[in-house]
Unconditional design. Sequence first.
Length: 266
Amino acid sequence: MKIAIVGCGNMGMAFARSFIQYDLVKKDHLLLIEKSTERCETLKKSKEGVVVDTINESVGDSDLVILSVKPQDFSSVASELKNFLKPEQVVLSIMAGINMSRIREELNHKLVVRAMPNTPAMLGQGITGFCAAEGIGFSKLLKIENLINATGRSVYIEDENMLDAVTAVSGSGPAYFYYVVKHMVEAAMQLGFDEGMARLLVKQTMLGSYHLINNAEQSLDDLIKAVASKGGTTEAALKTFGEFNVGEGIETGIINAEKRAKELSK
């Protein structure tokens, strides 16, 4: 398989490196298109693919073209890219907020898949929701799913409108966890720990809690109850969270993130 990646920032290269790591594409079959001169030179030195700084006819040799540019740059990129696309090629967009109908229209191209990954894809631990336009056969879709799974896990979304919800929950989701971790670390430091010890306590607690969630048969409420003894320390913290409406704030924040995703897609 031959793949072209247009836009080689963190997410574009997360996909590229995962493909290489799992031997899904050979380096000489991986075309990396990066307009930034400085970034282009860095990529050439790292020798992770065939690096070029312009969109040209070599794009037409690829089976899959991945769009990983900033949404605000899409229209200018599309005006160049559409000149070299071939009807049988599949375009996979990992741009936030730009729907398939606009991608198809501006590229004058039918075979489009839209995906919403998240930043843990850079470590092969991502989760990506994706959907496909009509006309993409099952075998092609299966190959794309296999490629996406190299960056972690994926879920197929039948209704493209739900990708805004994917954006709000898992696309933006890492920042929510970082936010909680940040404030737990700051609280630990207020209690007298230095930053290194505070970070260790919080990070390992987060990691262990994830594994318990993943392996335990109890519900989340039961897991909470297992830690929160009546009249104990955990209950004191949870009661305070309730008084400050922390849970409601998190839920409302995620709902507002979805609203903003819909606004941006327009």
